[in-house]
Ligand binder design. Structure first.
Ligand SMILES: [Cu+2]
Length: 116
């Protein structure tokens, strides 16, 4: 329980910092020059699992996975919809395809950050 609380607090903090950073235009520009992919706060935990794409909507930026359990979140296997902000990830997604993917939690939303 304590670990979960710590995780939630760090996510809340990271989101607060992230929201602040969005208004700091200079900082964002600096980040673009660095080859470090998506600007994600280091305290945001990346979760990994395997899932089969059951639906996807590139326009809406969503993908539904029937995914295997996620140990780092204590999630059982389930079918759920994820948000996809990086539209290039749709190149690697297709209905019925089984992929390894990574995601982060942003509040109640799970955002896919990588697809293998
Ligand atoms: Cu799930």
């Amino acid at each position: 329980m304590k670990n979960l609380l710590t995780l939630l607090l760090s996510i809340a903090l990271a989101l607060a910092l992230g929201a602040g950073g969005a208004f700091a235009g200079e900082k964002m520009d600096d980040m673009k020059g660095m080859d470090m992919g998506k600007p994600a706060a280091p305290s945001i935990k990346i979760h990994k699992t395997v899932g089969v794409v059951t639906a996807l909507d590139a326009k809406a930026g969503t993908v539904t996975f029937a995914h295997e359990p996620v140990k780092s979140l204590n999630w059982p296997a389930m079918t759920m919809t994820f948000s996809v902000k990086d539209k290039t990830l749709f190149d690697k997604l297709a209905e019925g395809k089984k992929v390894e993917f990574e995601f982060v939690k942003e509040g109640k939303t799970a955002v896919v950050t990588g697809v293998k």
